[in-house]
Design a protein around this ligand. Structure first.
Ligand code: NAD
Length: 298
C-alpha cells in the first residue's frame, strides 16, 4: 500500500487525513502547529519531524495550506518537497492558490521528475468531514488517473479540468460566480422587502422562475427558506466572508494577468472587502445580505 504524506492539518486537512486513514491508508503528517499534529496522531497518523523527512518517505504527498507563498516554500529549496521526494512520486496540492504560482510549481515538479496535480476543493469543512468534497483537478490526464484512488477517499464530484493550473482556474471562476450571484440575490431580496413584497414570497416565486440559482435554492441568504443553511443560524459559517474574499482576490489577480476586465467580479471583491473590513470576516459569506440591507436604507 502506498505511503501517503500530508502537510497542513488545519480546518480542511485534518478531516481529509481522517478520511484517508478510515479508507485504510497509512498517513505521515507534518504541520507547524503542534496541537494539529497531536490531533492527527490521535486519529492514527504518524508524525514526520520535517517536510524533507515526510517527502523522502512518501509515495503520494498532499499539501493543504493557505497561500501560494506557503505552497512554494514547502515545495522549493533544499529542504522542500521537490528536492527530497522520491522520483515518480505523486504530489497533489489541494490548497486554493493563484494560478501563476501553481503553473510555475508544475514546471518545477516536472524538472524534479515528480508528477504534480493542482486539486483545490469546494464543499467546506462539512464536505471534508463527509468525504463529499468537489475536487477540480489540473495536470496530465494520466497523472489524474493515478491520483483517482486517493482523491476518491476525499470527495465525490472529482473532475479533470485539464492542463496544469486548470483546477485553480475552475475554483476561482466558480467562486466568482457564487459571490456575484449571492450579492445579486441579496440585493433583490432587500429591494423586494423595501417595495412591500416579503423576501420569502419572492423566494417562492424566483426559486421556480428564471432568477433561480444555487445561491438562492441551496444556500438562501434569507432565513427559513432552505434547510440547514447559515442564514437559519445567525450566519454562523459555513464558508466565511474572509475565505470568499481570498478567492475573489485570486480571481482578480488572475484577471489582471489575463488582461481581462471582470467588472462584476471586481465589484463583488470590493463589496466583500468592505464586509470583511467592517469586522465580519468570520461571518458566513451569505451574511452579506445584512450589510447590503443597511446600504439600501441610506
Ligand atoms: P487552515 O489555516 O485551517 O490550515 C492550514 C494549516 O497549514 C495550518 O494548520 C497551518 O499550521 C499549516 N501550515 C501552514 N504553513 C505550513 C508549513 N510551512 N508547514 C506545515 N504546515 C503549515 O486552512 P484551511 O481552512 O484548512 O484551508 C486550507 C486551504 O483550503 C486554503 O487554501 C483554503 O482557501 C482552502 N479551502 C478552505 C475551505 C474552508 O472552508 N476552510 C474550503 C475550501 C477550500
Amino acid at each position: 500500500m502506498a505511503q501517503i504524506g500530508f502537510i497542513g492539518l488545519g480546518h480542511m486537512g485534518q478531516p481529509m487525513v481522517c478520511n484517508l486513514i478510515k479508507t485504510g491508508h497509512q498517513v505521515l503528517v507534518f504541520d507547524l502547529n503542534e496541537v494539529a499534529m497531536q490531533s492527527a496522531i490521535t486519529l492514527g497518523a504518524k508524525a514526520a519531524s520535517s517536510v524533507a523527512e515526510l517527502s523522502a518517505a512518501s509515495d503520494v504527498i498532499f499539501t493543504m495550506v493557505q497561500t501560494g507563498e506557503q505552497v512554494s516554500q514547502l515545495c522549493l529549496g533544499e529542504h522542500g518537497i521537490f528536492a527530497n521526494a522520491k522520483p515518480n512520486s505523486l504530489y497533489i496540492d489541494s490548497s486554493s492558490i493563484d494560478v501563476e504560482t501553481s503553473r510555475e510549481l508544475h514546471l518545477q515538479a516536472q524538472e524534479n521528475e515528480i508528477d504534480m496535480l493542482d486539486a483545490p476543493v469546494s464543499g467546506g469543512v462539512k464536505g471534508a468531514e463527509t468525504a463529499s468534497l468537489a475536487i477540480m483537478v489540473g495536470g496530465d490526464e494520466a497523472v489524474f488517473e493515478r491520483a483517482k484512488p486517493y482523491l476518491n477517499c476525499l470527495g465525490k464530484n472529482i473532475v479533470h479540468a485539464g492542463a496544469a493550473g486548470n483546477g485553480q482556474v475552475a475554483k476561482i471562476c466558480n467562486n466568482m460566480i457564487l459571490a456575484i450571484s449571492m450579492i445579486g440575490i441579496s440585493e433583490s431580496f432587500n429591494l423586494a422587502e423595501k417595495l412591500g413584497l416579503p423576501a420569502k414570497k419572492l423566494f417562492e416565486i424566483s426559486s421556480k422562475a428564471s432568477g433561480q440559482c444555487w445561491a438562492m435554492t441551496s444556500y438562501s441568504p434569507v432565513p427559513d427558506c432552505v434547510d440547514n443553511v447559515p442564514s437559519n443560524n445567525d450566519y454562523k459559517p459555513g464558508f466565511t466572508a474572509q475565505m470568499m474574499l481570498k478567492d475573489l482576490n485570486l480571481s482578480q489577480a488572475a484577471a489582471n494577468t489575463a488582461e481581462l476586465k471582470t467588472g462584476l467580479g471586481a465589484q463583488a471583491t470590493k463589496i466583500y472587502q468592505e464586509f470583511v473590513e467592517s469586522g465580519h470576516g468570520d461571518v458566513d459569506f451569505s451574511g452579506i445580505i445584512e450589510m447590503l440591507k443597511l446600504k439600501t436604507e441610506r
